[in-house]
Design a protein around this ligand. Sequence first.
Ligand code: PMV
Length: 329
Amino acid sequence: MRPHAVTAVAGTNIALVKYWGKRDVALNLPATGSLSLTLDRLGTRTTVVFDDGAADRVYLDGAEAAPAFASRVSAFLDRVRARAGIDARARVVTENSVPTAAGLASSASGFAALAVAATQAAGLALSPTELSELARLGSGSAARSIFGGLVEMARGERADGRDAVAHPIAGAEDWPLRLVIAVTAHGPKAIGSTAAMERTAKTSPFYEAWVRGVEADLVAARAAIAGRDLAALGVVAEHSALRMHATALAAEPAIFYWTPATLAAIEAVRSLRAAGTQTFVTIDAGPHVKALCAAADAEAVAAALAVVPGVSRTIIAAPGPGARVLEVT
Ligand code: PMV
């Protein structure tokens, strides 16, 4: 039988309550829960076919992938092969609509799309929860991109990670939020999230306090979402991001993702807020700034960010659907 090529897409997600630290590095088990918004326009499209090739072949954005990326994909495919009881190598073609590894969370959409495409191409039929668990093994944040809209990721208690999975808490259509992304720099980030989390956990004197504080943020964020209270959700999101960066900054050597443009963009958002617009920042493991706001304010927020020195581009992203199969050929 000719093998099927399965194409899947996934939107990236941006955490409003951040994940920063692992309780188990090998299984990518998070030290805390987290909560995020899956986005519509930014994401990954991946095609997987298990064929008679001698080795896995991985293409990223139109070119052969770098060895480090390709071996991360192969290691993930090994888990899928083991589960499906197959041995065939795969051809993987993946395209990001976000700059890879620039702190715009391409690993989240990347491993979510790969989990969906590879399992179906291998003949497996996994539930969304099982896909979330699998995607987590590729990248912690990828577990959340299996679902659309507002999503919570559980820390889980089990050593095997079966309960460290995400679940949706509000659909993409349920609340007209926007994330305005101010792209502030090009090129890959200074230090990848896994290494940065490990260094933070080992050396930051603030790490334990960070971990202790996340549960209260999750409680507040859930309540804000239930009440569709943007101001309350925004306050939690902004301090979660700032505390994450403060904790990382206190590591040795310091983990420093910000540039002058990052700070200027934060200032622009805070000025808008002082003038009456409900908008709040979040920042991931990179220099870009993302402003959470109501759909009605997104154009004004984007216009204010576009004129900040060092901001090269703004993108308005809306809540989007979860990872899904696009076509089977
Ligand atoms: O999924 P990873 O290993 O790339 O880590 C994600 C880390 C942050 O984006 C900074 C926070 C988060 O919760 O997404």
